[in-house]
Design a protein around this ligand. Structure first.
Ligand code: BGC
Length: 372
């Protein structure tokens, strides 16, 4: 059974999702539709459809806080899905490379799967060779998030998760809240908040894979990217940052002016999988990257309060996973722009601190805007 909530310009509330409607299709008017999507860990999983005033939609599940689709128009007005996802819950429960998911407690890698904080060594799961990746064996991408009632004039969803002390080896009970909002300007706003009762490293992001053509059978090598970054953080052979911030000048990492991704990728061993040091003006939400596809005319702007962005060109995609639209997602079939603090910061004292202490509030905002 599906429950439908429509908002119009009136307030909408998940708390009021008791309409009992038996409709099977998402409502096409602005608002939030909810459908049951299966069970995980004995908990009900739902799929939420956020529809804006233009009739464009984003779908999000509370399993892993995953963005499963985003329908955006091309220059001819044809809508297509610009993020990689699956049409049902079952494939998300199999191994997949974090499609669209919320990532934590620590996004990206922690070298040798350990860190020292206040004199104590914390051992984490080595789930990426000898390193720790994206929160460990069961990160926030694999848990069922609670959904809190939302009251707003635009479709929004508040997800909360309580990460217990010791989960995946991290210290402290961490309470996390993520608010997804889909605006009438086709912006997907993601607001992350967290608080802890013990000092702990925190680095939250979303792992959406984009292909603006809407055809997941193609590659992103012809997409054009611009990133406001004068430096990037080089990595060793296991993709752990060396601690250096290296100028992008004269290198294939210089995206200060737009370049196609394929233009210089052959000069980057393995392809792009690097953190860019964003050239920020201040601490507020700022535009830091623009991705565009000249064929469809679609663009995606990235705004964030974070100091870094991982540009991952889908190097490990290998044509073995069948995704939405029925295509096998090939190497470079989609890319990620994960806003974040720098990889392995817990072991890199010169990088901006990622330690959240009791009494402090973790708060970051990232916005993706689909435009033409
Ligand atoms: C990492 C890649 C990794 C991918 C999927 C990205 O954030 O930088 O190295 O393969 O996530 O796990």
């Amino acid at each position: 059974m599906k429950q439908i909530i429509t908002a119009g310009i009136a307030a909408l509330s998940l708390a009021a999702c008791s309409s009992g409607s038996e409709d099977t299709e998402p409502d096409t008017t602005k608002g939030l539709a909810v459908q049951e999507w299966g069970m995980v860990d004995g908990k009900q999983v739902h799929l939420y459809t956020l529809t804006n005033a233009k009739g464009n939609t984003v779908t999000i599940t509370n399993y892993g806080g995953i963005v499963t689709s985003w329908m955006a128009p091309d220059k001819a007005g044809n809508k297509a899905n610009i993020v990689v996802g699956f049409d049902s819950l079952a494939p998300y429960l199999q191994k997949h490379p974090y499609f669209g998911a919320l990532i934590g407690r620590y996004a990206n890698r922690i070298g040798d799967a350990r860190f020292i904080l206040d004199g104590v060594t914390y051992q984490l799961a080595a789930n990426n060779g000898k390193n720790h990746l994206h929160g460990g064996n069961k990160g926030y991408d694999k848990v069922v998030w609670e959904v809190k009632p939302v009251v707003d004039s635009v479709p929004a969803l508040t997800l909360t998760y309580h990460s217990p002390d010791g989960e995946e080896g991290y210290p402290g009970n961490l309470h996390i809240e993520v608010i997804y909002t889909f605006t009438d300007e086709d912006e997907l706003l993601i607001e992350y908040s967290a608080s802890t009762d013990k000092a702990t490293p925190v680095n939250l992001t979303n792992h959406a894979y984009f292909n603006l053509s809407g055809d997941m059978g193609t590659t992103i090598l012809g997409h054009t990217l611009q990133v406001k970054a004068d430096a990037y953080t080089p990595v060793d052979t296991t993709l752990i940052t060396t601690g250096e911030r290296r100028s992008v000048e004269g290198s294939p990492f210089d995206f200060r002016t737009p370049h196609t991704i394929g233009e210089r990728i052959a000069d980057v061993p393995g392809g792009y999988d690097h953190n860019f040091v964003l050239a920020r003006e201040g601490a507020e939400l700022e535009k830091v990257a623009v991705l565009s596809d000249s064929v469809s005319g679609r663009k995606l702007e990235v705004y964030t309060t974070e100091p870094g962005m991982q540009f991952y060109s889908g190097n490990f995609l290998d044509g073995t996973i069948r995704v939405n639209g029925g295509n096998l997602l090939q190497k470079h079939g989609a890319l990620c722009m994960e806003t974040q603090h720098f990889p392995d910061s817990p072991n890199k004292p010169d990088f901006p601190s990622v330690v959240l202490k009791p009494g402090e509030k973790y708060h970051t905002i990232t916005k993706y805007k689909a435009t033409l």
